[in-house]
Design a protein around this ligand. Structure first.
Ligand code: HEC
Ligand code: HEC
Length: 207
């Protein structure tokens, strides 16, 4: 039963890959460049995160162009559900807790190599969001200190520019309530009001 399901997933992914090669030859080309053959694990990821990680759903984060070290750390982090929001534990623990470290490295390298989605700032809130991002406010450090002037992050600090708006909004709420535990982010998020979160999201997100 299990094997049948996995085979079906692999076939579906191979079909998808073939279609994409035909249409754009980006996904499979990048997978080859990373030295990995698309397999069942990746097909499972793609069922929620979309082909090449550009997720079609606002609540499922984009992985395309996300930083390698962050992806590795976050995927390993899902193994400890006490540090995740209930929603993240519910959707990701099952998957992430069963993947070996080597596979995590390969998946992270694959998604990091995909072109990132650019942000699409939304007026009028985006202007205030930009100020907050660049300069901070009382009790709120400037986000760019760590996430970089363009929000692209680096190393274990994630790219946040171009991420989905509902996901960014939820991530900031999860950090501020400490549903998602992070030595670095709980403090910056703690003092953010919902209207400041709305402004930051209007500046950073792409839908
Ligand atoms: C059932 C749908 C589903 C599947 C299957 C799935 N994910 Fe996820 N994933 C999600 C959702 C939803 C979130 C956001 C969780 C949250 O924070 O609320 C997420 C979060 C993540 C994150 C965190 C991203 C960030 O910006 O912090 C990574 C990395 C990730 N998934 C990688 C993967 C990989 C790799 C696979 C395949 C092995 C996979 N996911 C399979 C739904 C899924
Ligand atoms: C001191 C450095 C630092 C500052 C300042 C900072 N961040 Fe972060 N941020 C991080 C790190 C490191 C992570 C990864 C945390 C983790 O997963 O444990 C992160 C994670 C995030 C995430 C989650 C991304 C994802 O894909 O799940 C969001 C959203 C975010 N930060 C937004 C912000 C905003 C908005 C600000 C400004 C108000 C800000 N950060 C300020 C270091 C920082």
């Amino acid at each position: 039963m299990h094997i049948l399901r996995k085979t079906a997933q692999r076939d579906a992914h191979l079909a998808l890959c073939a279609a994409l090669v035909f249409a754009a030859s980006i996904v499979c080309g990048a997978a080859r460049a990373q030295g990995m053959v698309p397999n069942t694990v990746e097909a499972q990821c793609a069922s929620c995160h979309g082909p090449a990680g550009d997720s079609p759903s606002g609540k499922v984060p984009r992985l395309n162009g996300q930083n390698y070290a962050y992806l590795v750390q976050r995927l390993k982090g899902f193994r400890d559900i006490t540090r995740q929001s209930p929603h993240a534990a519910y959707v990701m623990w099952d998957v992430a807790s069963t993947i070996a470290d080597k596979r995590i490295d390969a998946l992270a390298a694959y998604y990091a190599a995909q072109p990132p989605t650019p942000p699409a700032p939304k007026a009028p809130l985006a202007q205030k969001g930009r100020d907050l991002f660049l300069h901070g406010a009382e009790g709120v450090p400037a986000c760019q200190q760590c996430h970089g002037a363009e929000g692209a992050g680096a190393g274990a600090t994630p790219r946040i520019a171009g991420q989905h708006a509902p996901y960014l909004n939820q991530a900031l709420i999860d950090f501020s309530t400490q549903a998602r535990v992070s030595a670095t982010m709980n403090h910056p998020a703690l003092r953010l009001s919902q209207s400041e979160i709305d402004e930051l999201v209007a500046y950073l997100a792409n839908d």
